[in-house]
Design a protein around this ligand. Structure first.
Ligand code: HDE
Length: 694
């Protein structure tokens, strides 16, 4: 049933969708779609006798309707970002931006604006796995009082290409190859890397994509970026260029690659379940919303072109001004009508916001509307999840397949003799485009500054921590190792020398390229703020919503088990008991616990940390169980906290097999070493070793 137990209900969009929402009422009789009650849904109408089953009859309108509806259940999946999931929520301002815009949603601090946010991956099909290496979509639809405002963003602040006309080439190159439709949910193949080599403008984005940003731990733990440059216009008519930012309260966290690969098979729905369960449990994810602003007259003051979507606006030069907060607080009731049919358009802006000459944005403004028509039909904006909450009316835009709304009246054009459906003046809230002066010649070219492709990729790479750099080197190597055409992996590994010679040498060695000896472009070591994800740790560390496994078998110590479980739950962690068998596990002192899963039903990869209580279960069962032993080894290899108490201490130490790991000696209260927490005595105190508060 609908998972909305803890959801907020006060928002206007929820009320709007209620008009089209039906409860599954157990007592209501089954009917056909035209309303007659059905007496036998399980047998087709046929000519039969006691002895033989005769032919089915075409006359059977009930069976025909059922099968025909089923035959047409599928609609085209999104041409990119097919795999995704979403939730409803709210946007609140804590500071008005009226100095730069007239948009009510960005100036009225008393408002709560309802919204829908859809997260996605780009490359894979609708049924592909959540944890693949890919850019994540971050598409927000705000149902403002002045119309819908869509920010169709990603979790990475730049993009692969500069001009929208390259998008079909780019997408064809990254999607499964045309001759065999391989690979699924991956960019690790010849065509993608061929494209990357042939388009040096992809370099900056490619480095973000090879970084840990592309394997997030959770949708709740990633940033969102509008990427493209928009405009804000204030009541004096002055324009600022703007980039939109969403920064997660929980911080930015990623999986490690081995985990991501394994989870893709072990639980392909890992991210969607993570989002849904956090919202269900009332742990509503939040993002701070911020603006980067450049006054119109300063557009040419930068060494890059601020309209080029392959560049960030360095925060040192253009600081982020945080003015609001986005919260997700309601899961959808039904996936297809509310998430699959959600349709975003970059062209959906409200008065006070305008476009820019960003060449990627201009193409996107065409593409999104267009693709919705082939995916959902001409009347896609009428669908409950897409329609605005403010009053809306057009006498002219009407008809088309599956028109739903009924508009009374005798005219369908403007102007008409009744002056019905008149346009609004700007004072009445009518949208007016910013009167930008244009002067130029028609040409197929971008400004000079678009031609520089490596500087910001170098700054990004230089700004990463050692660990992030190491992960990035491995990601490059993994991807190029999956390319079997030497032309592709050889020249691409050489190209890495445009960003870092050291990295290029490492990658060439791993993937079989020719070791470059000279940097293709000098890297002066410049770093910048906000690029390493380590900068986005939450202000206060928290284990709320983290998944913690407790391993038990017959003979476990009930007291340390319960103390840890209760303490973890009190801090908002999601605790799962993993036992030797789900029929029940009996403690040393006789208590029976029914675990959530049995050992082979789960894997360490699906948890953020593991605890092993003391007790005879170690000697009786855990040391003899390969799955339990590997659980500890694997958690440690994935750099996750592992904790054990009393008898569990030597068990954990042995699995990890590292002499350097200091474990608590009997009598000592607590020791923490390499993320392994061991102790004798106060179990609850273990949680404070790293100051992980509620
Ligand atoms: Fe998209 N993109 N895109 N894109 N994009 C689509 O629209 C397109 C780009 C993004 O959850 C499509 O409704 C062009 C940048 C997201 O429903 C399509 C260009 C960014 C989503 C389309 C880009 C994005 C899409 C496919 C180059 C980050 C999923 C289905 C100029 C800022 C939205 C659809 C959802 C989806 C076109 C580049 C993000 C075909 C032509 C840059 C999050 O219209």
């Amino acid at each position: 049933m609908a998972s909305t137990a803890n959801s907020k209900t006060e928002d206007g969009k929820f009320a709007d969708m209620q008009k089209d929402t039906v409860e599954l009422n157990g007592k209501q009789h089954m009917t056909t779609d035209y309303g007659i009650k059905i007496s036998d849904p399980d047998h087709s109408l046929r000519v039969a006798s006691d002895k033989s089953t005769g032919p089915a009859l075409l006359e059977d309108q009930i069976a025909r309707e059922k099968i025909m509806r089923f035959d047409h259940e599928r609609i085209p999946e999104r041409v990119v970002h097919a795999r995704g999931t979403g939730a409803f929520g709210t946007f609140k301002l804590f500071e008005s931006a009226e100095d730069v815009t007239t948009a009510g949603v960005l100036t009225d601090t008393t408002r709560t604006t309802p919204l829908f946010l859809r997260f996605s991956t780009v490359q894979g099909s609708k049924g592909s796995a959540d944890t693949v290496r890919d850019v994540r979509g971050f598409a927000v639809k705000m149902y403002t009082s002045e119309g819908n405002w869509d920010i169709v963003g990603n979790n990475i602040p730049v993009f692969f290409i500069q001009d929208a006309v390259k998008f079909p080439d780019f997408v064809h190159s990254v999607k499964p190859e045309p001759h065999n439709e391989v690979p699924q949910g991956q960019s690790a193949h010849n065509n993608f890397w061929d494209f990357v080599y042939l388009h040096s403008e992809t370099t900056h984005m490619n480095y973000w994509q090879m970084s840990d940003r592309a394997i997030p731990r959770s949708y709740r733990m990633m940033q969102g970026f509008g990427v493209n440059t928009y405009s804000l216009v204030n009541k004096e008519g002055k324009r600022h260029f703007v980039k939109f930012h969403f920064t997660p309260e929980l911080g930015v966290h990623s999986l490690v690659w081995d985990e991501a690969l394994k989870i893709a098979g072990q639980d392909p729905d890992f991210h969607r379940k993570d989002l849904m369960s956090a919202i269900d449990a009332g742990h509503f994810p939040k993002w701070k919303f911020g603006l980067q602003l450049i006054p119109e007259e300063k557009l040419d003051d930068f060494e890059f072109d601020p309209l080029d979507a392959t560049k960030v606006w360095p925060e040192e030069q253009v600081p982020i001004r945080y003015i609001g907060e986005l919260e997700l607080n309601r899961n959808v009731d039904e996936f297809f009508p509310q998430t699959e049919q959600a349709a975003f358009c970059t062209s959906h802006i409200v008065p006070g916001i305008d476009f820019s000459n960003d060449p990627l944005l201009q193409g996107r403004n065409f593409s999104y509307f267009d693709t919705q028509i082939s995916r959902l039909g001409a009347n896609w904006e009428e669908l409950p999840v897409n329609r605005p909450v403010c009053p809306y009316m057009s006498l002219v835009n009407r008809d088309g397949a599956s028109r739903h709304r009924i508009t009374k009246g005798t005219v369908n054009y403007w102007p008409n003799r009744y002056e019905a459906n008149p346009p609004a003046t700007p004072a009445q809230g009518g949208f007016t485009s910013y009167p930008e002066k244009q002067n130029g010649i028609k040409t197929r070219a971008l400004s000079e500054k678009f031609k520089e492709h490596y500087n910001q990729a170098q700054v990004f790479y230089n700004s990463l921590s050692q660990i992030e750099k190491m992960h990035l080197a491995k990601a490059f190597s993994f991807e190029l190792d999956h390319c079997d055409d030497p032309v592709v992996y050889k020249r691409m590994s050489e190209r890495v020398a445009a960003v870092s010679l050291e990295l290029a040498q490492q990658v060439a060695k791993n993937v079989g390229g020719d070791t470059p000896t000279k940097a293709l472009k000098q890297n002066k070591g410049q770093k910048a703020k906000g690029l390493s994800q380590l900068e986005y740790m939450p202000k206060k560390p928290t284990i709320a919503t983290r998944r913690i496994a407790i391993l038990i078998a017959d003979g476990f110590d009930y007291s340390s088990f319960m103390t840890m479980k209760e303490n973890l739950e009190a801090r908002g962690a999601f605790v799962f008991t993993i036992g030797a068998q789900r029929q029940g596990v009996v403690a040393e002192t006789g208590q029976k616990v029914v675990p959530d899963n049995f050992f082979s039903g789960m894997r360490s990869t699906l948890f953020d940390a593991t605890f092993v209580p003391g007790g005879k279960h170690i000697a009786n069962a855990l040391v003899k169980n390969g799955v339990a032993k590997f659980w500890i080894t694997e958690s440690f290899a994935h750099l996750k906290p592992v904790a054990g108490v009393n008898e569990a201490v030597p068990f954990i130490a042995k699995q990890i097999g590292l002499d350097e790991v200091k474990t608590a000696q009997s009598g000592s209260l607590l020791t923490e070493s390499y993320g392994v927490v061991t102790g004798h005595g106060d179990v609850a105190a273990m949680l404070d070793v790293r100051n992980i508060g509620p």
